[in-house]
Design a binder for this molecule. Structure first.
Ligand code: 2AM
Length: 205
């Protein structure tokens, strides 16, 4: 869906959109994450797994946003992208929020150029803070949610899934403003706007 359609659509829905800022992954990384999910699904008694097209790394969750706030958000994100360099990350390990089964959230973590990822996230939070969005008080924990409420018997430790992650680096050349919607009973994320990062000789990709 294009930006104008999304805004017009939101006007019909009463004006609010549920937005977040995220990093998306190349197809081979999505396939790798899906492979892990499939192995986990085969072993799990229960779990709500994120569909491949919805896998992402959140930089900031904005929640409900009015039409009037949309323009300032896009401008603020452009200002950040204009001065932030592209960088590389890779999948690191599989972990969880919640210590035991059923795990509240099972995620894939990232490593690589974490200082640049953290800088980008902080700058986005600061820029959006200036246009009225409160900062999350919890420290930022970059993660890709793979599944929620996942029931795994004790034998399949999360470490086993970490060991099957191949750790090829991939470049992060842009971030995206996304809208979260329920359509026909399904959670879908639409990309509304892409923000290209600076690619210079100093970008280590
Ligand atoms: P999660 O994957 O850890 O649930 C879209 O909902 C994205 O925004 C998800 O990646 C989600 O993170 C993140 N997010 C952060 N805070 C949220 C909140 N309060 N409600 C819903 N999603 C949130």
């Amino acid at each position: 869906m294009y930006l104008v359609e999304a805004i017009e659509d939101s006007r019909e829905m009463g004006g609010n959109m549920r937005l977040f800022v995220a990093i998306e992954f190349p197809e081979e990384i999505l396939c790798e994450l899906e492979g892990i999910q499939n192995k986990m699904r085969a072993l799990a008694g229960y779990g709500r797994f994120v569909t491949k097209s919805n896998l992402h790394l959140t930089l900031q969750f904005l929640g409900e946003v009015s039409r009037q706030e949309f323009g300032p958000i896009v401008s603020a994100l452009h200002r950040v992208a204009k001065i932030q360099p592209a960088f590389s990350i890779r999948l690191s390990r599989v972990g969880s929020f919640g210590k035991s089964s059923p795990f509240r959230v099972i995620w894939a973590g990232v490593d690589g150029d974490i200082p640049r990822l953290t800088r980008l996230q902080k700058d986005i939070v600061t820029a959006l803070g200036k246009v009225g969005f409160l900062q999350e008080t919890r420290p930022y924990q970059p993660h890709i949610t793979l599944g929620r409420d996942v029931e795994l018997s004790g034998k399949e430790s999360l470490g086993n899934f970490s060991r099957i992650l191949a750790s090829a680096s991939f470049p992060v050349k842009q971030f995206v403003l996304k809208e979260s919607k329920i359509e026909n009973g399904k959670l879908v994320y639409h990309s509304l706007h892409f923000f290209r990062l600076v690619i210079s000789e100093s970008s280590i990709l």
